[in-house]
Design a protein around this ligand. Structure first.
Ligand code: HEC
Ligand code: HEC
Ligand code: HEC
Ligand code: HEC
Length: 127
């Protein structure tokens, strides 16, 4: 191979590598669209949760709920910090964390006339 061709290939490979790295750096982890939230050992029906309803329709930023992640655009779940049973490192148990997060905002929304579930059975809905 000619020296020039080798250099060209080298540069092309470097360019592709850069593009892949940059995409990794800026990509937002995709939020699951619809989930059923159910805690281990829970007795009530699971609670449906839709990301698009919250992030698109209600225009809520990721960080409002994913409030402690190092990068709120690449969040994990709540349970690494909020334990199933007890308060850990100042973080309330997961049931309280969910209730405070979900119900507080739904009450505020309802007060403004937006229909968001606030009653037990509206979230813990029998299917
Ligand atoms: C805005 C939605 C919402 C409302 C309203 C709500 N919850 Fe929950 N609750 C959740 C979520 C989310 C969880 C965690 C997922 C799960 O296990 O259901 C949870 C978990 C629980 C759990 C622990 C899991 C289980 O199934 O035993 C109990 C008990 C509970 N809620 C009781 C209640 C009661 C009683 C009310 C009414 C006073 C209520 N919740 C209202 C969202 C809600
Ligand atoms: C209204 C609250 C709320 C908002 C806003 C929100 N999320 Fe979530 N997200 C949740 C809940 C609740 C879960 C389930 C957590 C669990 O299973 O521990 C979750 C789970 C996730 C997961 C799966 C995490 C895992 O590893 O289990 C990803 C990824 C995610 N969300 C990304 C996002 C992104 C990106 C945004 C902003 C565009 C966003 N979320 C906005 C509440 C929210
Ligand atoms: C990296 C750890 C971490 C993660 C992940 C995390 N939290 Fe928290 N959370 C905490 C800590 C620590 C606190 C204690 C108060 C504070 O410093 O804000 C807290 C407090 C809260 C509170 C306020 C409780 C109160 O009594 O006022 C709510 C609500 C809450 N978290 C909900 C969530 C939800 C919902 C998720 C997942 C979508 C989540 N948290 C993920 C660490 C975490
Ligand atoms: C920051 C505010 C906010 C938080 C936090 C929030 N919600 Fe909501 N939620 C809303 C609003 C606003 C609506 C009504 C959207 C509409 O229809 O315009 C809604 C609607 C809903 C609905 C009915 C629509 C549907 O998806 O079927 C469910 C169920 C729901 N939320 C579950 C939850 C759960 C579970 C949590 C906690 C993990 C939560 N929400 C946290 C603001 C919030």
């Amino acid at each position: 191979m000619k020296k020039r061709t080798k250099m060209f290939i080298g540069l092309a490979v470097a360019a592709i590598f850069m593009v892949v790295m940059l995409q990794g750096a800026f990509a937002q982890k995709k939020a699951p669209e619809s989930m059923m939230l159910k805690l281990e050992g829970g007795k009530l029906p699971p609670v449906p949760f839709s990301h698009p309803v919250h992030t698109e329709k209600a225009k809520t930023d990721c960080v409002v709920c994913h409030h402690k992640d190092k990068d709120p655009k690449q969040p994990g779940g709540c349970m690494p910090c909020h334990d199933l049973k007890e308060a850990k490192n100042g973080a309330v148990p997961i049931k309280e964390a969910y209730h405070k997060n979900c119900i507080t905002c739904h009450k505020e929304a309802s007060a403004k006339g937006v229909n968001a579930p606030t009653k037990c059975n509206d979230c813990h809905k029998k299917q």
